[in-house]
Design a protein around this ligand. Structure first.
Ligand SMILES: Cc1cc2nc3c(=O)[nH]c(=O)nc-3n(C[C@H](O)[C@H](O)[C@H](O)COP(=O)(O)O)c2cc1C
Length: 343
């Protein structure tokens, strides 16, 4: 557990980012996260090799919509020329291109991409410098504290990346070796914030208003990035903003006249019902309902809610993807009605 230093942050509101998450943050989910209070969204990472070879599946990860502004595709790769070419291929379409130096997955680190590049800082910096030279889009980077072998080196790398022209950094406060274990080190992120002029976004273990306040207190970061806490709960962005007094609860799209009569479980159902139904609308308007995404989100949206297990069992019997989507909508609707403190 993170030690929560303060429940409030008295400074100016900061931007909240939806973390790039493979298998989670596809276009309709990113659009939903924005409507739920995320200020900035980034695509899940896409392989530069797949982009340059025009692999269709990878290009679907790079779909966007005019409402996603700025559009920030994230790319990874271990081959400098491929990374440059991939960035050039995205240049017209992207508002900003984000480079992934944080992924710990073996299939990525094996090709010396993602967080493994932090073990070869000169290559990481020269690759980035070249991408900046060869593209028009602003370039940002997301990384970890280091590989975990030896000292952290994110601070030195950050200074070098600033020198070659990177415009914003996001630091996940763990090493490559830690993957997702242990606690994010916000103190080290603070050292980076203090040693560069460009904006630094803090990431790792921010899950609610108190942890957001504590992270801002510790890091003084320009913004916060939220990943796992937004899976199945994209409303976390608005929850943080209301808890920190940046926005009013009454202005949230899922808050209606019945909201204040709901129990806390009723509120969890009501906000997720709104989010689920809105996800369906956004998906239908953009990419269409894609079974793989829908099934994954259905599991995470219902996770931890009473009665979810039975619904998950029944949704597997749904004949069509629309029927599947409706089963989840009905589950939320029924439960909202039964958790009103007035009922
Ligand atoms: C399912 C999943 C997929 C992820 N995919 C990516 C990715 O594509 N690119 C990336 O930079 N980080 C990726 N990450 C890391 C997150 O962006 C984030 O740095 C990490 O989860 C820590 O933040 P959190 O504590 O708020 O979850 C992924 C994390 C998860 C849980």
């Amino acid at each position: 557990m993170i030690e929560v230093k303060s429940e409030r942050w008295d400074g100016e509101p900061r931007e909240l980012y939806l973390a790039p998450m493979a298998g989670v943050s596809e276009l309709p989910f990113r659009l939903l996260a924005r409507e739920c209070g995320a200020d900035i969204t980034i695509t899940e990472f896409t392989s530069s090799a797949a982009i340059t070879r025009e692999v269709a599946k990878s290009w679907t990860r790079l779909e966007s919509h005019p409402d996603e502004n700025p559009f920030i595709p994230q790319i990874f790769g271990g081959d400098k020329d491929e990374m440059i070419l991939a960035a050039q291929m995205l240049d017209d379409k992207a508002d900003i291109i984000d480079l992934n130096f944080g992924c710990p997955a073996p299939k990525v680190t094996r090709i010396c991409a993602g967080a493994a590049l932090m073990g070869q800082p000169d290559d990481l910096v020269s690759m980035t410098a070249k991408i900046i030279d060869e593209t028009e889009s602003p370039i940002t980077a997301k990384m970890r504290l280091g590989t975990g072998s030896g000292q952290y080196n994110a601070l030195e790398i950050s200074q070098e990346l600033e020198r070659v022209g990177v415009q914003r950094l996001c630091i996940h406060g763990r090493t490559l070796n830690q993957r997702y274990s242990g606690i994010a080190d916000w103190n080290y992120i603070r050292n980076i914030v203090d040693s560069v002029e460009i904006p630094v976004i803090a990431n790792g273990d921010i899950v609610d208003g108190p942890s957001a306040a504590s992270c801002l207190d510790t890091t003084s970061a320009s913004g916060l990035m939220i990943g796992r806490a937004a899976i199945g709960r994209p409303t976390v962005f608005a929850e943080i903003k209301t808890q920190l007094g940046w926005i009013e609860e009454i202005d949230l799209p899922w808050v209606d006249e019945d909201w204040f009569d709901l129990t806390s479980t009723g509120k969890a159902f009501a906000s997720r019902r709104w989010a689920w139904d809105r996800y369906l609308e956004l998906a239908r308007e953009t990419t269409g309902l894609r079974p793989k995404w829908l099934k994954r989100h259905a599991v995470s949206f219902t996770k931890g809610l009473p009665g979810a297990k039975t619904t998950r069992q029944s949704m597997h019997g749904a004949a069509t993807i629309d029927a599947f989507a409706d089963t989840i909508s009905e589950f939320f609707a029924q439960k909202v009605d039964s958790h009103s403190s007035m009922s």
